[in-house]
Design a protein around this ligand. Structure first.
Ligand code: MG
Length: 166
């Protein structure tokens, strides 16, 4: 049995009139993320954590923001492709824990929907996906509503020997 952990971090600027997507869910908001993709900061942190767990680089390497293929792309597709890559390497996702920092809107009403959505894409139980939301008490760029950020930690596991020892 081989178990590995990974962490991911992402940040996006917010601008008025753009759609806001977090954890694969459309959020009712005046502001959305400025991004090449749909700007789902939570999924981007999650993908980076999964890639990090297997030392496979980062989301920018796998899904470059200079590529027309990824312009406006639904980040759930990026998470699906990342999940497939983890499986191809002989690993299963154990659990994921995500923290989103955003001053407003309140994300509490969307947490369960995000957990269900992410669990579905990663093919793991909802109980294995945690999504937490916090403000930054009006401090910093998040607190001023200029942007939002997300942190993710994941565990991946394999019944095989370490992928690095093969
Ligand atoms: Mg991003």
């Amino acid at each position: 049995m081989d178990i590995r952990v990974g962490n991911g971090y992402d940040v996006h600027a917010l601008a008025e009139g753009l759609p806001l997507w977090l954890g694969g869910v459309r959020i009712e908001s005046e502001n959305g993320c400025v991004a090449h993709s749909d700007g789902d900061v939570a999924i981007h942190a999650l993908c980076d954590a999964l890639l990090g767990a297997l030392a496979l680089g980062d989301i920018g390497k796998h899904f470059p923001d200079t590529s027309a293929e990824f312009k406006g792309i639904d980040s759930k597709i990026l998470l699906k492709r990342t999940t497939d890559l983890v499986h191809e390497k002989g690993y299963r996702i154990g659990n994921a824990d995500i923290t989103i920092a955003m001053q407003r809107p309140r994300l509490a009403p969307y947490i369960m929907s995000m957990r269900e959505t992410l669990a579905g894409v990663m093919e793991i139980p909802v109980s294995a996906v945690s999504v937490k939301a916090t403000t930054t008490e009006r401090l910093g760029f998040v607190g001023r509503g200029e942007g939002c950020e997300a942190y993710a930690t994941v565990l991946v596991k394999s019944e095989n020997e370490s992928f690095f020892e093969k």
